[in-house]
Structure formats: structure tokens, C-alpha cells
Design a protein around this ligand. Structure first.
Ligand code: ZN
Length: 452
């Protein structure tokens, strides 16, 4: 049983809450209780967010691409470096990095992750003996850390818009539709051995790395599970897709696929007003990755229009340059303020920006990862985070200001405990396997750096 001094349950703030979990789900919630012997006591209990978009391996190159060279660095030069880096990664290193990343996510307050997984093969593009070798490494990292995994094998067939052939740096990503279906079937078997909340979806990488026919075939073959796709991240991508398919990326996707609440459109940065409105009304989740989008110079999301039309959203740490839930949420709002030269943008009408960001991302993230949670209610998966409201950043705030404090004044150190589907992975602010995971990561980095 968990006893919380205060908890944000589905009906609002409640005091002295006792909560029990069974088989990963919240089985009972009672308010105005007294703590009992044996209860895990926490201060403030919140629904924990899903981190809906991650490429875990990219964490290992954080800080390596922030040096300006002659000419103008861009998203595309960053991508070149990422390709050189991926050539050397071994399965063991991929697992060690993913464990570190998942642990950092849980310590930041995330209970689950959507791992958008696109390194499938050996460096020359030959599949491993087990085609699901690297999916298995991601699953092993999820099992090690206890995070809730929605594994998203990526269909990546072309090197650019118009069915351009893969470049050498993309050899590890490539699959035909048939091989992708084989890979995904294997991934379902691997992830099926994890806890019940873990699952597999699919991820056509982007319109530029697939083709309309291939995408239709894959959507036909996989009619269950979440569908994630990168879309409209960069102006060049919008121009390339418009030239090739005769419509802007979001416009094309909405007209040519049955985009609904199973979909998560990652970034969706460059949209017209009509695209923004139509995407909001499709029921899909916008997968926003504000820190990465700032780091890569993508641009700000069209937040006010999207929210005004009822659009669902969640957040992801994408490149994992920095894993911080509080920073992710405030960067989203700050990107809007800097563009609009105004304050308090990501809220419709009057209200708390922090609450809109936090609760919106909790619900949207849960939807995008198909986790049946996002609020504290009986029957929901027990994805929970506990916060210490006596932290200096929060101690002067009233309850209705607490989410604003967490989003704008807090650091991730306010997190004391995290449960992923009831698995109590973070206790006292530390992941229970922290020392071992960090030691494995350091040793993996040592071997990787010696080969670069
Ligand atoms: Zn991404």
C-alpha cells in the first residue's frame, strides 16, 4: 500500500490517500485515511508521465555535436555524425546505453517509454542470426530497469524522399516490408516475455524513409498497437515531400492514412493552420520533444491553435541530449513564449499552465503508448510518481500552484519515488539498480570510445 499526504486523483486533489495495487494496476483508492504500518509513505502522489519518443542509443553521443565547424551546422550535419557513431555500436553497448537511459527517465519521473527503435542490423546491413537481436537488447534494458516499454520497431527503407537508396550510414536501419514484418513478429515474441504492460507497436520512420505503397502494406499487416511516425520536423523535409507527393507531410498523411487515436505524430513542427486543425481533430497525439527540437534547431510547435482545437499531446526526450521531465515541459512552454513574445500560452482560456502541460502530457503520453493510465483512478496501470513538496523550489506553494512549481521552478530532484505498472523502481530519489547500471554504462562507453 502507498500512503500519500496528498494525491492528484481523477476527481482532483485529495488528502491522506491510501492506494493499493494488484497485478500492475491501481486496485483501490481511499481518501482521508491514516497511514498504517508497512505503508510506503510519500508526500505528493501524481500520475507518472510516459516518455513517448526515445532513441536511447543517441544518449551516448550527447555533448559530442555542440562544436561549431566551418559553415553552418544543421540538423543534417548532426545526422551525419549520428550515422558515423552508430556504425560502431555493439549489441552489448546498445543494451547498456538503453538501461542508463531508462533509469534516467524513471529518476526524472517517467514511468514508461516509447522506444522508436531503428538500429536493427549489423554495421554492413546484414541481419543478426536472430533478426530481433537488438529488439531483444532494448527489451532486456526494460526488464533490468522495470520501465514500461512500448517497443516501436521502425520501418526504414529509403535514404530520402522519392525512394532514394539508403546511404552507407543507414545500412543498419534498412528493411523491406517483408523483412520488417518478420522483425516485428519476432519483437512481439520477445516483448511478450516481459511484464504484461509492455507491448509492441510500429513506426514507419517518416514519409521520406518509406513510400506510400510500403506504408499502406505495413499498416494493413499491423492493425493493433500504436503507430508512430516522425513528421514535418524540418523545413527541408516539408519541401522534399511537397515536391515528391504534391502535398505537405501532415496534409498528405491525413489525406492518405486513417489517422486516429492510435497514431502519434512526432514533432509535427511545421504545419499550416489547416494542418494543425485537422491533426487536432484526428484524435492523434502530437509527440512533442521540446529539448531535442531546440537542440536540433527544428522550430516551435504551433501550440495555441492545436490546443484550441482540442489536440492531444505528450512529450518525449527523442535524442536524449538531456533527460529531464521538468525541463521538457517548461521548454515546450518557453518555445511558445519566445515566438509569441507573450506569457502563459499552453493553456486554453484561464487556468494553470503547469496543470495543462503536466496533465495533458500524462493523458496524451498514456494514449500514445497504449498504457491505459494517465490519471490516478481505479483500474488504471499504476504508473505513479511521488514528489517532495518540501523541496525549496516548492515549499512556499499552495496545492493548486504545485504543478506550476514543478514545471517552471522544479528540478527532477523533487522526484522521490516512481512506480512503473506498480514496479517500485525509484526509491528515495534513486533507481534501485543505479550503481550497477552506471558501472555497466561506463564500461560500455570505454569500449565504444576506443573503437571510434
Ligand atoms: Zn525521433
Amino acid at each position: 500500500m502507498i500512503f500519500a499526504n496528498q494525491a492528484l486523483i481523477a476527481t482532483g486533489w485529495a488528502k491522506n490517500v491510501r492506494l493499493s495495487c494488484a497485478e500492475g494496476r491501481i486496485s483501490e483508492i481511499s481518501t482521508d485515511q491514516s497511514p498504517k504500518d508497512g505503508d510506503t509513505r510519500v508526500d505528493v502522489l501524481l500520475p507518472a508521465l510516459a516518455n513517448l519518443h526515445s532513441h536511447s542509443f543517441q544518449r551516448a553521443m550527447a555533448g559530442m555535436t555542440e562544436y561549431r565547424k566551418a559553415g553552418k551546422d544543421s540538423f543534417w550535419t548532426w545526422r551525419d555524425l549520428m550515422y558515423r557513431f552508430t556504425k560502431h555500436l555493439t549489441p552489448e553497448q546498445i543494451e547498456a546505453i538503453a538501461s542508463l537511459v531508462f533509469m534516467e527517465m524513471q529518476e526524472a519521473g517517467y514511468a514508461s517509454v516509447g522506444e522508436f527503435h531503428y538500429i536493427h542490423h549489423q554495421p554492413d546491413g546484414t541481419p543478426y542470426d536472430d533478426i530481433g537481436e537488438l529488439s531483444g537488447r532494448i527489451a532486456a534494458a526494460a526488464a533490468d530497469t522495470g520501465i514500461g516499454l512500448t517497443h516501436l520497431p521502425v520501418l526504414y527503407t529509403y535514404g530520402g524522399a522519392g525512394k532514394a537508396p539508403l546511404e552507407a550510414g543507414q545500412a543498419r536501419f534498412g528493411n523491406s516490408v517483408d523483412r520488417f514484418n518478420e522483425l516485428t513478429a519476432r519483437a512481439r515474441g520477445i516483448v511478450g516475455a516481459l511484464s504484461q504492460d509492455c507491448q509492441v507497436g510500429i513506426a514507419p520512420h517518416s514519409l521520406r524513409a518509406t513510400s506510400p505503397d510500403d506504408m499502406a502494406a505495413v499498416l494493413q499487416a499491423h492493425q493493433r498497437g500504436p503507430i508512430h511516425i516522425h513528421i514535418a520536423e524540418q523545413p527541408k523535409e516539408v519541401a522534399d515531400i511537397s515536391d515528391w507527393l504534391g502535398a505537405r507531410p501532415v496534409e498528405w498523411l491525413l489525406a492518405n492514412a486513417e489517422v486516429n487515436a492510435n497514431w502519434c505524430l512526432i514533432h509535427a513542427t511545421h504545419m499550416t493552420g489547416a494542418e494543425t486543425r485537422n491533426m487536432a481533430q484526428s484524435g492523434a497525439v502530437a509527440g512533442l520533444c521540446p529539448i531535442t527540437e531546440a537542440n536540433l534547431g527544428d522550430g516551435p510547435f504551433n501550440g495555441p491553435d492545436y490546443l484550441a482545437h482540442g489536440g492531444a499531446f505528450g512529450v518525449g526526450s527523442d535524442s536524449n541530449i538531456l533527460i529531464s521531465l521538468t525541463e521538457e515541459l517548461r521548454t515546450l512552454e518557453y518555445s511558445q513564449r519566445l515566438r509569441d513574445i507573450a506569457r502563459n500560452i499552453m493553456v486554453v482560456g484561464d487556468g494553470s499552465v503547469g496543470e495543462t502541460l503536466y496533465c495533458g502530457a500524462a493523458k496524451g503520453g498514456a494514449q500514445a503508448l497504449n498504457r491505459g493510465t494517465g490519471q490516478i483512478v481505479q483500474g488504471a496501470l499504476a504508473d505513479l510518481v511521488a514528489i517532495d513538496s518540501s523541496d525549496p523550489a516548492l515549499c512556499a506553494l499552495q496545492l493548486h500552484q504545485l504543478l506550476d512549481g514543478i514545471c517552471f521552478a522544479g528540478r527532477d530532484r523533487v522526484v522521490t519515488d516512481v512506480w512503473s505498472a506498480g514496479r517500485h523502481a525509484v526509491q528515495g530519489g534513486r533507481h534501485i539498480k543505479r550503481d550497477q547500471i552506471i558501472a555497466n554504462y561506463r564500461s560500455a562507453m570505454q569500449s565504444l570510445m576506443s573503437t571510434l
